[in-house]
Ligand binder design. Sequence first.
Ligand SMILES: Cc1cc2nc3c(=O)[nH]c(=O)nc-3n(C[C@H](O)[C@H](O)[C@H](O)COP(=O)(O)OP(=O)(O)OC[C@H]3O[C@@H](n4cnc5c(N)ncnc54)[C@H](O)[C@@H]3O)c2cc1C
Length: 378
Amino acid sequence: MNQEFDYIIAGAGAAGLSLALYILEEPTLKEKRILILDKYIKNSNDRTWCFWQRESSPFDQILHASWDELYFHSPGFSTVLEIQPYRYKMLRSRDFYEFCLDKIKESKNINFVQEDIKEINADGTVVCQTQTFKGKFVFNSAFVSIPKTTGKHHLQQHFTGWFVKSPEPVFDPKRPILMDFRIDQKGDCRFMYVLPKNEYLALVEYTIFSDSLLEEKEYKTALETYCREVLKLDSYEIEETEYGVIPMTNEPIPKTQSGNVINIGTAGGHTKASTGYTFAFIQKKCRKIAANLAKNKNPLDGLDSKFDKYLLYDSIFLRVLSEKNFPAWRVFSELFEKLPPKTVFDFLDENTNLLTDIKVMNSTHIPTFLKAALKEVF
Ligand SMILES: Cc1cc2nc3c(=O)[nH]c(=O)nc-3n(C[C@H](O)[C@H](O)[C@H](O)COP(=O)(O)OP(=O)(O)OC[C@H]3O[C@@H](n4cnc5c(N)ncnc54)[C@H](O)[C@@H]3O)c2cc1C
C-alpha cells in the first residue's frame, strides 16, 4: 500500500467514523485518498450513545430507539418533558460501527487498516506498530490529552449501566427517564437514567458528576437498590453492562497539534463540559470539518472562536458543582420547572441568543450562580 494519503483518520470511534461518512457525502472529495486507522476492528457493542437532535442524521435508520417525551424526577417535582422539535435518540455502537464500515467498504478511495498507532507527528506522519503513514491532514481521536491547569475544573461523569430484562412488563417504552434524582446524592450530583427498549427491557444507568470515581460495588449496590425500590423489579436478568467515564472540564483542549494534525471527538474538546454529551456535538463539528475540506478551507474554519460564551456558562456550572454549595438536582429541577424543555435543550445544544440565555439564568438560583460567575470572571 502506498503510505501517503490526503487524509488520515486516526481512531475509528464516534468521531473518526462520523467524519469519514461526512467526507464521503461531499462530491468534491470523492478522489481524496483516505486512510482510517484503529487498533481494534470495531465490531463490539462497547457503548450506547444517546443524544437529543432536531435535525435528521445519517444514523436515524439504525437507531435502537427514539422518543419525543422524557420523564424527569427530583425530590418534590416530577414531570413529562415534551421535547419537540427535538427527539431523544439511542444508538448502539455496534450498529454504528457496522453501518459506517459497510459504507467505507463500498467506496474505493477509503481504506480501514487495523494498526496500533504509536505516535502522530506534527508533519502528519503517523507511526504505527508495523508501518508508518503520512497524511496531508491527520484527524486524531485516538490520543486524548487534557491539560490539568490549576484553577480549572476537572470533574468526571462516571456511570455504570445495566441492560435489565424483566419477566414482567414494567418499563414505559414511550418515555425514558432522563434524570431521576430521587436517590441518595451523597453530597454529589447523582441520578438514575432509564432507557426502555420495550416494556421488558431497559438500560438502567447510575450516573455521577464528581471529581473521583467510585468502587465497582458502589455502582452495583445503587443499581440494585433502584431496581428493587423504585422500579419495583422483584427479579431480573442483566443482559449486558456498560461503564464509562467522560471528562467534564473547562480546560481549553487544543483543537490542533499543528496546522495539519486536527483533534476531533473527545480529543478535540467536542464534549460539552457541563453535561458530558458528546455525540451530537461530534456530528455538528465533523459535518462542518468535511464541508470546510470540500471548500478547500481550513478544516477548523468557523469552529475555533476566541470567545465562547457557552464555555463560560459551562465553567460557572462546573464551579457550582465543584463547590457543592447548592444541590445540583435543584439546578436541573428549577430549569425544567420554569422553562419549556425546548428552551433548556436549545441552551444545552448551544443554540440560543442572549435574551434566551438571560431567561435560562433567571430560572437558576441567582445568588449561587452570580457568585460563581463573579469568581469565574475575576
Ligand atoms: C461507555 C460510554 C458511553 C457514552 N455515552 C454517551 C452518550 O450517551 N451520549 C454522548 O453524547 N456521549 C456519550 N459518551 C461520550 C462520547 O460520546 C464517547 O466517548 C465517544 O465514543 C467519543 O468519540 P471519540 O471518537 O472521541 O472517541 P472513541 O469513540 O473512543 O474513539 C477513539 C478511537 O481511537 C482508537 N484508539 C485509541 N488509541 C489508539 C491507538 N493507539 N491506535 C489506534 N487506535 C486507537 C480507539 O480504539 C477508538 O476506536 C459515552 C462514552 C462512554 C465511554
